[in-house]
Write a protein that binds this ligand. Structure first.
Ligand SMILES: Nc1ccn([C@@H]2O[C@H](COP(=O)(O)O)[C@@H](O)[C@H]2O)c(=O)n1
Ligand SMILES: C[C@@]1(CO)OP(=O)(O)OP(=O)(O)OC[C@H]1O
Length: 156
């Protein structure tokens, strides 16, 4: 069973930039009710999509005070638990970050490790790729960062 997830967050000054559970030094962070970890959100939605479960907004409602600045690795933990409760296990994840800046490739292994820990998977089962948007559109103008992810699960 496969699932797909997509998310986008706009940049905001004065916020830390968190991607895949890792704080990355940059001029801006991402805006959001949570820690705005766009990569973790896309991966969580991909996992939830494998079993046709409702997306992260159902489990972590936008605006809910308990979700304020929540560490999105907890969202990944929850998504993985929901799959396991239903008798499935994760096989692998693949993802792409779309960001004009900063360069994220140097942080790939740190992100893999954090996401792997949250999901209970080996780091090499977490694909993380990145591309610029070739200066096109909102991402090209450095207004934000988007992420896409796919997840594969099998019966445990
Ligand atoms: N935010 C980003 C964007 C890209 N990279 C790395 O650079 C390579 C080239 O990107 P293009 O968009 O010019 O194709 C890409 O393959 C990534 O390895 C990055 O680290 N961070
Ligand atoms: C996890 C949540 C909780 O508010 O995070 P947000 O920062 O609002 O991010 P978004 O990806 O717009 O929606 C998901 C929300 O459920």
């Amino acid at each position: 069973m496969i699932g797909f997830g997509y998310d986008i967050h706009r940049f905001k000054e004065g916020r830390p930039l968190i991607l895949g559970g890792v704080e990355i030094s940059h001029t801006h962070g991402l805006d959001g009710h949570s820690d705005a970890d766009v990569l973790s959100h896309a991966i969580a939605d991909a996992i939830l999509g494998t079993l046709g479960l409702p997306d992260i907004g159902h489990w972590f409602p936008p605006g809910d005070p308990s979700c304020k600045d929540i560490n999105s690795l907890l969202i990944l933990e929850k998504a993985a638990a929901l799959i396991r409760e239903r008798g499935y296990e994760l096989v692998n994840i693949d993802s792409t970050l779309v960001a004009e800046a900063p360069k994220v490739l140097p942080h790939r292994e740190a992100m893999q490790k954090k996401i792997a820990e949250a999901l209970g998977l080996a780091p090499e089962r977490i694909g993380i790729k990145a591309t610029t948007n070739e200066l096109l559109g909102a991402i090209g103008r450095q207004e934000g960062i988007a992420a896409m992810a796919v997840a594969l699960i099998k019966q445990a």
